[in-house]
Design a binder for this molecule. Sequence first.
Ligand SMILES: [Zn+2]
Ligand SMILES: [Zn+2]
Length: 367
Amino acid sequence: MSRIGKIAFWGFGAAAIVAGLGIVALRFVPAVQDFAVGRMIAQGMAIDRSGLMADDALRVIVCGSGSPMPDPNRAPSCYLVIAGGKTYLVDAGAGSFSRVVRWRIPVSGMAHVFLTHFHSDHIGDLGEANMQSWAGGRRTPLTVHGGPGIEQVVGGFNMAYAPDSSYRTAHHTEAYMPIAASVMQASLMANDDGTPFTGTQGRVVLTDGDLTVTAFAVDHAPIVPAYGYRFDYKGRSVVFSGDTVPTPSISQFGAKADVLINEAMAMEVVDMMSQTAAELGNDGLSHLLHDTLDYHTSPQDAAVMADDAGISHVVLSHLAPPMPQWIAEIMFTRNVSSKAEVHVAFDGMLIELPLGSTEVRFSEISR
Ligand SMILES: [Zn+2]
Ligand SMILES: [Zn+2]
């Protein structure tokens, strides 16, 4: 063996022995365990996301890119919009808000939640979004915006969480968890006569500094109300389709937006699942799957709507059925033709629209 070969042999050997001793020490020595866990805690708590709050861009973080079909990698519908140092939540599918907390996104300033509609995959985590942002330092009540029925949904969550809230205030005191901040306020978005927006109805529902939020009807029949949203901030804009079939309201209210986040269903795959369920004798599942085909949008139609609206970037989300990201990027973009740049959402996707620019940047919140 050459001299360099010998040095490499003994070097690797020594490194392997040190690594082995480290693993043994971690397994059996409490002081080493405490040191390792302490380092992990310190690193986790030191994560600083304050840069996301800078007033230099309109930002969206995808906290749920999935649908009601259980998916190990995607929570159901959830988006966090950041504008002017404030955060706004669009939908709160079950298990989605824990992602926001785990990513250590500052939510103490969150004041508004916008629900597209009241299907469970859009509201399941509303109670947790309220509790976790309260525990995270929020001192004023959340206002939850939605169509007719919003009082019932918000009232129900408030009622169900009332014991939990009282425990936390009693335990941690009013100074840290003021009870008034735990009670969500419902805000109805409807026509003046109280009827839900339908067809291509819609209006501005929030002006907060330089941010404007517009709600508009989409077509998720027989589900009414069903809304989409447009966020405009200092010349940049993002549109959320909510759940819908192709509808002219996207091109009307989404006109010339920078980004359309549109729901997408791989129709042929859901059809395949429905047929497979039928072949296996599971008529109930086959029926439910088949029913979903008539109130969602295919990726191809989402791209057409974006082109009709003159939108430059499409993010396909609310992906159904579940599949890993690498295959989703193939299955949800095949046969899609669009002038827009097409992306397939994943949980943790960060979309940044720098102010004073037409650029849209896509990246990932590191975990
Ligand atoms: Zn729905
Ligand atoms: Zn849905």
